[in-house]
Design a protein around this ligand. Structure first.
Ligand code: ASP
Length: 610
């Protein structure tokens, strides 16, 4: 015996019926999508996961007609009837089943439903909070079902590619010790050992490295990760990664594997043929040319560093910034000459909101001169230099940002993307290639200054935090002395970026206990503390550890981009809001005082509101 294709109650999926089924008696079941009751005849659109089918009830089957009068939208019904071709002129091109309809002989109500909280349609404007409160209804919308189907398809392709390449799926614990990935841990107090807690894994990083010690050689897992972050932007406290690790390989193996996987996903899900190899951009070049470590390559508008052009300038703001070691960074906006004075002012305000003192701008005139509040201070040579370095042409606008180097770059990088979005310049080349721009960002710094880090757990005593995580190997030329030149040391790490979104991070790992201790020490983690927190990893390393490398692409983000969604919440069945709450289950919920007692915990008095 094998499972019936549509469940024992049905012979077909509503969305699967076509002209060739005309004349057949079928049974379908699903939700009443819409109902049009003309008294003598009633039409129901019946919806299930496979699609929508028009059901007709007329007086020839009075029971069916009576039931059709009674049902309401979102009731669950089972309909038996005869498939018939719709008459010419009555076909509905918008439905896959639009050539046929089902003449009902019986309609059985399986379940009644309240009036839905919002219409089950794709383009309906509903507050997200309400959608999440009634998520079970929200997920009925065809677009949401499709997103979940795409997600399942992506995961299935991932598994196939990984297995084909000899990777095996190994589960690692959810109740564990902290793994540092730059966020706070979710803690789970232990009842059996009062006063102790588990941490939910920020990633399976340490376990996957230990699996390499164990000789698993090629590991993967569709892994849930937990990070207690302030939920700015589009983050979720729990999210899913393809986590993988391999022994005896290097960067090139990881690049090839990931390219094979993304090529297969994009081919099968979207029919898009991704060119490989993905371009590789050094981190430093990405920051210099695009002002971002996640460059969006769907459009050009590269940044230009104008330190040399303005080396001897009389433009006061630029001179001040350059004399104090900062940068002047510019970009040309193609055809930006049509921006009004007011729009330029708005962009200046935009920059100020991001902490800039201001934003200078100009428009290149037909004669090659620059119309700008600054032009009277600019020499001929400087003007020529601006046009040369930015590539600006007559009719283009030029924007200038100034300040400390990394600030100026990031400001102009953000402006580059914002301008391109506003002006519709993204992916305008018209080819698939312009729509999906993958790249590798490689050779990132080993460390970031702790003062510039948003890692709440940063060991600020040392002044440096890892750019990736502390298990990442320094580049060979820094192995001996990264401690002496942390500001220039690079790591054997790599990110995958798609259309300006970081999809994956990974690295070649340290596989030497002494080198690992040196990195910990440099980060302000003493040998004793390292032993306490990571003793199990270091012990593992003393039992024969192969060189290994790995990466972890985010599944939520990948699916979000493939589905054309703006938020990962659209591709997660039951996501949390920006405050980490689930309006449907009302999690997190107040604790039960008795449960606290059992855990050996006591509540502190709430801080008094001022
Ligand atoms: N564990 C890393 C992360 O979650 C990925 C990796 O290095 O493989 O970002």
């Amino acid at each position: 015996m094998s499972i019936t294709p549509f469940g024992a109650m049905r012979t077909h999926g509503a969305g699967t019926l076509r002209a060739e089924h005309a004349g057949e008696t079928v049974t379908v079941a699903g939700w009443v999508d819409t109902r049009r009751d003309h008294g003598g005849v009633a039409f129901l659109d019946l919806r299930d996961r496979s699609g929508i089918l028009q059901v007709v009830a007329d007086p020839e089957s009075s029971d069916a007609l009576e039931a059709a009068h009674r049902v309401r939208t979102e009731w669950v019904v089972k309909v038996t009837g005869t498939v018939r071709a719709r008459p010419d002129g009555m076909r509905n091109d918008r439905l896959d089943t639009g050539d046929v309809e089902l003449a009902a002989t019986s309609i059985e109500v399986l379940s009644e439903a309240q009036t839905p909280p919002f219409p089950v349609e794709d383009d309906v404007e509903v507050a997200e909070e309400r959608r999440l409160f009634h998520r079970y209804v929200d997920l009925r919308r065809p677009k949401m079902l499709r997103n979940l189907e795409v997600r399942a398809q992506v995961v299935s392709i991932i598994r196939r590619v990984m297995e084909r390449n000899g990777f095996i799926d190994v589960e690692t614990p959810q109740l564990t010790r902290p793994t540092p990935e730059g966020a706070r841990d979710f803690l789970v107090p232990s009842r059996l050992q009062p006063g102790s807690t588990y941490a939910l894994p920020q990633s399976p990083q340490l376990f996957k490295q230990l699996l390499m010690v164990s000789g698993i050689e090629r590991y993967f897992q569709i892994a849930r990760c937990f990070r207690d972050e302030n939920l700015r932007a589009d983050r979720q406290p729990e999210f899913t990664q393809l986590d993988l690790e391999m022994s005896f390989g290097d960067e090139e193996d990881i690049y090839s594997l990931m390219e094979e996987m993304f090529v297969e996903i994009f081919d099968e899900v979207l029919g898009v043929d991704l060119p490989t190899p993905f371009p590789r951009i050094r981190f430093e070049d990405a920051m210099r040319r695009y002002g971002s470590d996640k460059p969006d390559l769907r459009f050009e508008m590269e940044l230009a560093d104008l330190a040399e052009v303005f080396a001897a300038t009389e433009v006061g703001v630029f001179k001040g910034v350059l004399d104090s070691g900062g940068s002047v960074v510019a970009l040309a906006l193609p055809k930006g000459g049509d921006l009004t004075r007011r729009e330029f002012d708005e962009w200046t305000e935009w920059a100020k909101r991001r902490g800039a003192k201001g934003l200078a701008w100009g428009v290149v005139e037909d004669d090659g001169s620059l119309r700008s509040p600054l032009s009277k201070f600019m020499s001929e040579d400087e003007l020529a230099g601006v046009l040369r370095e930015t590539g600006a042409e007559p009719g283009d606008a030029v924007f200038f940002g100034a300040g400390p180097r990394s600030f100026a770059r990031q400001l102009m990088g953000a402006l580059r993307v914002a301008l391109a979005e506003e002006r519709g310049l993204i992916g305008e080349g018209g080819t698939e290639h312009d729509r999906w721009e993958f790249c590798w960002v490689v050779e990132p710094p080993m460390f970031d200054a702790a003062s510039e880090s948003d890692d709440p757990t940063a060991a600020t005593s040392a002044g440096w935090v890892p750019n990736h995580h502390p298990f990442t190997s320094p580049a060979p030329e820094f192995l001996d002395d990264f401690e002496q030149r942390p500001e220039v040391a690079t790591a054997r790490a790599y990110d995958i970026v798609l259309n300006g979104t970081e999809l994956a991070s990974g690295s070649v790992r340290i596989h030497d206990a002494e080198l690992q201790r040196r990195v910990f020490r440099f980060l302000g983690i003493s040998d004793e503390a390292a032993e306490e927190k990571f003793g199990f990893l270091l012990r593992g390393f003393s039992h024969g550890v192969p060189p290994h490398a790995g990466i972890a692409p985010g599944i939520d983000r990948t699916v979000m981009l493939i589905c054309g969604e703006k938020s990962i919440r659209e591709v997660i069945a039951f996501p949390k809001t920006q405050t980490g709450a689930d309006p449907m289950t009302d999690a997190p919920a107040p604790y039960d005082p008795d449960a606290l007692k059992e855990l050996g915990l006591r509540e502190l008095p709430k801080p008094k509101a001022d």
